[in-house]
Design a binder for this molecule. Structure first.
Ligand SMILES: Nc1ccn([C@@H]2O[C@H](COP(=O)(O)OP(=O)(O)OP(=O)(O)O)[C@@H](O)[C@H]2O)c(=O)n1
Ligand SMILES: C[C@](O)(CO)[C@H](O)COP(=O)(O)O
Length: 259
């Protein structure tokens, strides 16, 4: 990784592998198909996420754990891309990530970085991905994109009666990508599995080893599509981003008097 934070993946001893867990069924979305295959913009949710990751990390292989009954993957524009490989997912997200790490046995070295990003987060930006990689370049543990909690947080009983207000001081929303070294992440997830620990992100498995992942501030636009209204939000975010890109392109284009 060079000083400019760009990851120039040289030969095997400084590789960055990308894992995109995509074996969920999106039950909370209440749609007729898994949410990663719902239409978004000009394509599907999965198309956006995968093509953005490839744009950010063109030299990295992207491993995509899929549900064993996934019938939609072949409909993606990028399904046959050489930089992608699919593999069987698992019962939980952590199992899907573990399966991908197993696939890398004999290919990845312990010191290689592994970046894990939800397929359900199509609005992540290239800038945030590069910022995460640059910030963690020399970090001994690794870390994750995160956004500080801005709302007052309440805890409630099952009937939504408030039981307490939870201090938001030091509270962050864990986002993805999350990035750790191959050997450590494999050890952490295997340990979590062996101790029957329920984990919902890679960082919590690392924390269970007594280590301290680094939070890297990321955009709140990097939402995880989970409930129906999230898809509408994602449409707005991507539309605004392409509008910004168009304006920037127009601003940098030579005006007629320049030519
Ligand atoms: N066994 C699983 C479960 C989830 N995921 C992936 O993990 C990410 C985050 O999970 P979540 O948002 O919970 O997705 P789903 O499990 O599909 O959603 P739900 O919990 O509503 O069913 C998603 O990209 C999902 O595809 C996975 O690879 N393997
Ligand atoms: C990994 C994650 O996106 C970080 O916020 C989140 O934990 C995934 O949780 P899910 O229940 O699998 O959506």
């Amino acid at each position: 990784m060079t000083a400019d934070g760009q990851l120039h993946t040289q030969k095997p001893n400084h590789r960055l592998w990308v894992i995109v867990p995509a074996a969920g069924i999106g039950s909370r979305m209440q749609a007729d198909r898994p949410k990663q295959y719902l239409p978004l913009g000009q394509g599907y949710v999965a198309d956006y996420t995968l093509s953005l990751l490839h744009q950010a990390l063109p030299d990295s292989q992207i491993l995509v754990p899929l549900h064993h009954q996934d019938q939609w993957w072949p409909t993606l524009d990028c399904a046959t891309a050489h930089w992608l490989e699919t593999l069987p997912g698992g019962q939980e997200r952590a199992h899907s990530v573990r399966n991908a790490l197993e696939t890398l046995t004999g290919r990845a070295q312990d010191n290689d970085w592994v970046l894990v990003h939800d397929i359900a987060r199509p609005c992540v930006s290239v800038g945030d991905i590069h910022h995460l990689i640059a910030t963690l370049a020399q970090h001994p543990v690794g870390g994750l994109l995160a956004a500080p909690v801005a709302d007052t947080m309440k805890r409630a009983q099952g009937d939504q009666q408030v039981t307490e207000t939870v201090s938001r001081d030091g509270l962050w929303h864990a986002l993805t990508p999350q990035m750790f070294r191959y050997g450590l992440l494999k050890q952490a997830l295997n340990q979590a599995e062996a101790s029957h620990q329920t984990i919902t992100d890679e960082a919590s498995a690392i924390e269970a080893l007594g280590l301290t992942p680094r939070l890297v501030t990321g955009s709140r636009f990097n939402l995880k599509i989970t409930h129906p209204e999230d898809l509408t939000l994602a449409e707005y975010i991507l539309a605004a981003r392409s509008q910004q890109a168009l304006k920037a392109q127009q601003a940098s284009a030579p005006s007629p008097i320049d030519s």
